[in-house]
Every structure is written in structure tokens, then in C-alpha cells.
Design a binder for this molecule. Sequence first.
Ligand code: AR6
Length: 176
Amino acid sequence: MDPSVLDRIDIRQGDITRLQVDAIVNAANTSLLGGGGVDGAIHRAAGPQLLAECRTLGGCPTGEARITGGYNLPAKYVIHTVGPVYSGKPKDAHLLQACYQNSLALAVAHQVRTIAFPAISCGVYGYPIDAACRIALETAATFLKDHPELEKIIFVLFSSRDREVYIERFKALSDK
Ligand code: AR6
């Protein structure tokens, strides 16, 4: 893989709500009206204005993405995407890939230069981290190749174990 692409991917452990980036991605549900996990953390940190803006959006189908302001977050925007509930069927991978792809497309349409993703679908929605991480990294690398204006994609993992999975998969991608 092209080093100029790989240099623009960053893998970290931590809380995505703390990141000073142009946009953070939320692993939301189809209502876009909040929930637990990273969704709950983002709404708590952004404040009630985020929920008020989300109410105007009328939900979001699985695999698609919507953008709002970041309000009290350090990030300017929140991109809300809805990952698949893991079923073990081929459609899971297509939908998860669409989440990353549609979030990135929405980001560049809003002149976002730096964006952070959590491990979409890998919590309550049960997607195995290794399979999900492969989709995340491959979709990111392909998108960066086609979009030189996007400076950085950061993957923020909540646990050190999940971060290790990403690092291992990233090494495999680098060797390709
Ligand atoms: N920063 C980064 N990652 C986090 C944070 C955080 N602050 N908090 C949790 N994670 P989940 P899903 C990780 O369950 O599987 C919500 O209720 C977490 O460890 O948040 O897509 C929505 O409303 C996991 O690896 O999202 C939906 O109903 C990853 O984020 C449903 O959960 C995603 O876990 C979506 O489920």
C-alpha cells in the first residue's frame, strides 16, 4: 500500500469525544435520537442541542450517514452513521462498508480534513472486531488514495485489545 496513504491513517486508544478533529463519527441507531455506548457518550459531551438537531433529521437508514454540528464537542461536526446489527450474513459487510464510505463522502463534501471513527457495530451490534476492522481500514485506505484533500483518518478504539487488532491488521495492509 502507498506510504502516502498509510501515513494518513492513525490508530489510537481513548475516548472519541475528546478529539480535536474536524469531524467525529457516531455509531448511531436508525432513530438518531441517542442511545448507549459511543452514541450516549457523544450526546452527553455535545449537550442537548445535538439531540435537538438530530430530531430534525427524521432518522437514518442502516449504512447511510447524516451530519450535524458538534456543539460542545471539540469537533466541529458529528457524522452519524448506522451500522448493521451483526447477523453473520454477507449483507453485514456491505452495510458496514457503506457506513465508512458514506461517512467519508459526507465529510469531504463539508471540507472536513481530519475525521475520527469508533469501531462501528462492534459494541451492542455484535460485529466481530477483526472482520469489522478489515473493512474499516481497507475502505479508509481506498478513500484516501482517491481524496488527497483528506489529511487524516483516525481510528479511536476504546480498549487496548481492540487497538491491537487494528494495529495488526494495519501492518498486514502496509505489507501489501
Ligand atoms: N470513544 C470511542 N469508542 C467508544 C466510546 C467512546 N467514548 N464508547 C464506546 N466505544 P457501540 P454499535 C466503543 O455499542 O455496536 C448505541 O446504543 C465500544 O467499545 O457504541 O454500533 C446506539 O444508539 C465499541 O467498540 O455501537 C445503537 O443503538 C464501539 O465503540 C447501538 O448502540 C461501538 O460500540 C449501536 O451499536
